[in-house]
Design a protein around this ligand. Sequence first.
Ligand SMILES: CC(=O)N[C@H]1[C@@H](OP(=O)(O)OP(=O)(O)OC[C@H]2O[C@@H](n3ccc(=O)[nH]c3=O)[C@H](O)[C@@H]2O)O[C@H](CO)[C@@H](O)[C@@H]1O
Ligand SMILES: C=C(OP(=O)(O)O)C(=O)O
Length: 453
Amino acid sequence: MSKIIVRGGQRLSGTVRVHGAKNAVLPILAASVLASEGESVIADVPLLDDVLTIREVIASLGADVQHGEETMTIRAQRLTTYEPPYEMVRKMRASILVMGPLLARTGRVKISLPGGCAIGMRAIDQHLKGFEAMGVNVTLGQGYIEAKVDGRLKGSKIYLDVASVGATENIMMAASLADGTTTIENAAKEPEIVDLANYLNAMGAHVRGAGTDIIRIEGVEKLRGVRHTVIPDRVEAGTYMIAAAITGGDVLIEGAIADHLAPVISKLQEMGVTVHEMDNGLHVIADKPLKAVDVKTLPYPGFPTDMQSQMMSLLLVSDGTSVVTETIFENRFMHVEEFNKMNAQIKVDGRSAIVNGGMPLTGAKVTATDLRAGAALICAALVAEGVSEISGTHHIDRGYVDIAGKMAALGADIQRVEATREAVIAAAPVAVRETVSFKREKEVVRTVQPTWA
Ligand SMILES: CC(=O)N[C@H]1[C@@H](OP(=O)(O)OP(=O)(O)OC[C@H]2O[C@@H](n3ccc(=O)[nH]c3=O)[C@H](O)[C@@H]2O)O[C@H](CO)[C@@H](O)[C@@H]1O
Ligand SMILES: C=C(OP(=O)(O)O)C(=O)O
């Protein structure tokens, strides 16, 4: 188990490059198995744990997958199974995104239920409802979903009761090879859905309306592999915007797309942060005291739930009281308890959290309870007095490429400590640990075990 150790108080400045979007690359890699001809070369693939998991999942289906530095090449002419292994599927909820492509290619799928996760129940009824409307027989039992269609999937009209991102993607992928036209009403509109539609269309699909709440997909006989570059990660970009703002910093977030981040930019501007749209990204300057604002998460183009905890970290250092309302996931306030360990004053009342801003934050030992909560704790630690230790880094590794390295390059006093290194810190005499400065402490540790450097 590793930890991220931060000593607060450094102002961030400089340039940070945004990687390809986790939430775009996962469905795109799942969609790559729709191609019965040619090869797909996917560029700007971030090296994340979730990406490694989806790579294993599609390879387990029989696809040939070659992973370059930031590219992935997939040939899926022959699929050898319709049953991705349980051990891989259970690692990541997004594994469910192979359902649509498998049904379209093989007419069958057997996959373990992804289950609820820490941030909420995360039902998949809308995915299944969509497949059933396309002629699929779905049975559930012993923790598995078995789905089968006789012949080709049939185009259908599907109204989603909730504008689910995953259900929209799964149905869009399945419908691309269906017989006839599928209409998804109340479709999700996230930029990652548009990116998936662009990839599918380049493969030969006919997807129209992605990015609006009605998507029409005219099924085609077959799809072929193509080259596609993944969009930049708006949540990673937003996280660095918060990190810049919380430290009173001046940071260029290279690759960030303003349109994808409109609600985040608006809220930061309301708070008193300057955000300039540049040709190559977003320039964030925080040189004024921050004002409290209320925030409510909503489906795109509303404020993203994946930025809620990071935004809350910024509200902790603003003047006044803010109300943060989470409407997407029913259990996405677990970071509140961790923030409160850092001297924050937040009370949860149902789906809202009341944040009493302006309390001086103090370093503490805290745990990342999910991916974005981990990033938010790092943001808070950047301004906390003293040292914070953030554990639960496996969550953070699902969605951030080298967050400690990127923050350090901007001037943060942050390092990742692997278990063995930690054990040495813990074993060091308390007097030594208390008297050396944080930077010196790193040197002491490195002297003890130089191979960690
Ligand atoms: C890999 C990926 O892209 N993950 C993103 C995706 O997750 P994901 O696709 O899982 O999120 P959904 O949009 O499906 O879920 C939104 C809400 O709808 C509910 N729901 C969903 C499907 C369903 O069949 N029935 C149902 O009731 C969920 O429980 C949740 O409360 O969108 C979320 C919402 O923007 C983001 O937080 C995730 O980062
Ligand atoms: C909730 C998230 O991802 P996932 O849907 O993969 O769990 C996220 O990216 O914040």
